[in-house]
Design a protein around this ligand. Sequence first.
Ligand code: SF4
Ligand code: SF4
Length: 156
Amino acid sequence: MTDPIDRSGLAPEFWMRKPLSRMTRREWEALCDGCGKCCLNKLEDAETGEVALTRVACRLLDDESCHCAQYDIRHQFVPNCIVLTPGNIAEHAYWMPETCAYRLLWEGKPLFWWHPLVSGDPETVHQAGVSVRGITVSEFDTPEDEWEDHIIEEPV
Ligand code: SF4
Ligand code: SF4
């Protein structure tokens, strides 16, 4: 499968040398590993703040490619989809997947071997078993009061 994210022509290991706040738009977008985990619905306990991940996917997530089917115009369909930026990552990091490249770099950690920027291959995130490929159910078919039945551990 071809990589839906354009990672061509970027400086080698730019993510190790540049802070998030100084990355170009293309570099920032290339940090996404394509795992799809941020596109799963979460259940947040209002009292404890605890976040549980479910396998109920956003209506626009393609379960095979693990990418958003309408990324550029997604807000027409999903107005509350978050646009992650260096400026707001601090407020979102707590619910982001443990292996998300944005969270890892923000926490000062390295990227894993399976990240497409490291491996050079967009399939390695799936081969390593850390993506949502093949494990999701659609939010169209799953009423919200059943989401609790679909809580999963994050694949890491
Ligand atoms: S969790 Fe992070 S790395 Fe994975 S798809 Fe979402 S933004 Fe990209
Ligand atoms: S709109 Fe697209 S990017 Fe946003 S959560 Fe849904 S699938 Fe993911």
